[in-house]
Design a protein. Structure first.
Length: 495
């Protein structure tokens, strides 16, 4: 999925940091001793992920702090890690107990981190300090953030579920006359790519490294391998042994040989946003949610317009909740203030739009129709704040929107949400603890082979036996059996 947009703000203290930690830490989501007062000024260190830290990051943090000081007596400092270092850095910080007041859960092993006791349960804090943002929340996304009945993160209010397919440059569609409404399957895309390649020999695509299995039709079902296919029935399958995986992996290799897939995508460091901007790729496989076309366009400064094709229709998953959410780590000395800040970020338009768009006049200008655009004399090359991650840090229902979005974007979002079907396993939360060693070992196998799969750089038969041998050695069969056992028990308890 393409990335770069918006976020940030703050929350305050309690009575005393010493008192807060006395007695061996906090219990299941309870406020620290002394309650959630704001008498003492604190600083909220907020961590999230983007392609890079924007030049105006500290300036925007200061502007947010001015408001947050008045409202909750807190300063806010945004900390941004790039995608390559994000997971490793955050894991090391949380493991060492370093001060992190608020952290995005994007691209983090959510359930593994809960198993490591990194995150606080938030039920009490949310009830006490999250009332303003609560009115925007999608209830089953909140449910997706629960593990064993406890709420460990607060999801960003946006689309209710994800659809998957391809986001495609509109000028290629217009020039070739391709009718995307006739495209229903992955195989149907082959003729589309062929026409685009004939139109421009430099045409190439990228299958998103974090969504290629979703693109194939496999629903996330907690950490590690073992997914549900096509929302057909509540059965855990080994995605790598499923016929759909094998046929699509073979197809992608054919696309690679034909030059449809950019050859650089076989490497972990492929920067797809830059590649879209620099005309190295003209389509990207992954999210096809409402507004994704405008989001991709905005991420490259509106340089190109996009359209999309949906191959996997929208479904609300448990994963939909925690994939884009905020957690409060146990290392946060003032979790009450962290929740106060999060409440502001998700309900106060002034703070929300500062975090996501920067300073009006400097980082954007407002158009007569209410949408925003670059300031006069500014373009993507010299803009100093354009994170383009409102899906990570924003509330879509109070947000400003770039001029690449339709004027009625929020109305369209509400209409899209009405079409989202619930997963057959919506609300099911996998407890990874019984197989955490196997999941850790499987993660290493996944990292070794995922770029080979998504790029189609090698024929399936050249890597598949070795991949499956390593997965079996890692314990994939035990993971899938445990997921199925827990899923069956969950379904039985629902009856």
């Amino acid at each position: 999925m393409t990335k770069r947009f918006f976020f940030v703000i703050s929350v305050l203290l309690i009575l005393s940091v010493t008192a807060a930690f006395a007695g061996g830490g906090r219990q299941s989501g309870q406020a620290a001793a002394g309650g959630g007062g704001t008498a003492n000024q604190v600083t909220i260190d907020w961590y999230w992920v983007e392609n890079l830290e924007e030049p105006d990051n500290d300036l925007i943090s200061e502007e947010i702090s001015k408001i947050a000081l008045q409202k909750i007596n807190a300063k806010v400092q945004m900390h941004v890690f790039d995608w390559g270092s994000w997971g490793t850095k955050i894991d090391l910080m949380l493991a060492s107990g370093e001060k992190v007041d608020l952290v995005s859960t994007v691209a983090l092993p959510y359930h593994q981190m809960i198993a490591k006791d990194y995150f606080l349960p938030l039920d009490d804090l949310y009830a006490a300090y999250g009332k303003d943002m609560a009115r925007y929340m999608i209830e089953y996304n909140l449910e997706g953030c629960r593990v064993n009945g406890k709420l460990y993160a607060i999801p960003t209010p946006k689309e209710a579920g994800g659809a998957y397919g391809y986001v495609i440059r509109k000028d290629y569609v217009d020039a070739t006359g391709v009718d995307l409404s006739t495209v229903k399957t992955m195989e149907d895309m082959t003729s589309v790519w062929a026409k685009f390649k004939a139109y421009n020999p430099n045409f190439a695509i990228y299958n998103n490294s974090s969504a290629f299995l979703d693109l194939m039709g496999f629903q996330v079902l907690g950490d590690g391998p073992g997914r549900i296919y096509k929302n057909d029935r509540a059965e855990v399958v080994n995605e790598y042994e499923h016929p759909a995986f094998q046929s699509i992996a073979k197809l992608w290799h054919e696309w690679y040989q034909a030059g449809y897939i950019n050859r650089e995508t076989a490497t972990p460091n492929f920067a797809h946003t830059a590649a879209l901007r620099d005309d190295k790729i003209q389509a990207i496989g992954g999210q096809s949610k409402n507004g994704i076309e405008a989001e991709v366009s905005a991420g490259i400064g509106g340089k190109y317009e996009y359209t999309k094709v949906i191959l996997q229709p929208p479904v609300a998953l448990t994963f939909t909740g925690y994939e884009c959410a905020f957690a409060i780590p146990r290392s946060a000395p003032n979790p009450e203030r962290s929740m106060m800040f999060l409440n502001l970020l998700m309900s106060d338009p002034q703070i929300h739009n500062l975090a996501n768009f920067g300073i009006e006049g400097r980082n954007y200008r407002t158009l007569p129709d209410g949408r925003i655009d670059f300031p006069q004399g500014v373009d993507p090359a010299n803009l100093t704040y354009i994170p383009n991650v409102i899906w990570e840090n924003g509330n879509a229902f109070i947000s400003k929107w770039w001029s690449t979005y339709p004027v009625d974007h929020v109305a369209r979002l509400r209409a899209y949400n009405a079409t989202v079907a619930p997963s057959v396993a919506l609300g099911y939360s996998f407890d990874a603890d019984p197989v955490k060693a196997e999941i850790g070992a499987s993660a290493n196998v996944y990292e070794e082979f995922r770029y080979t799969v998504l790029s189609g750089a090698q024929p399936l038969e050249s890597y598949y036996p070795r991949m499956m041998q390593q997965y079996r050695a890692a314990g994939i069969d035990r993971i899938i059996a445990e997921k199925q056992r827990q899923l069956a028990a969950w379904l039985a308890a629902k009856k």
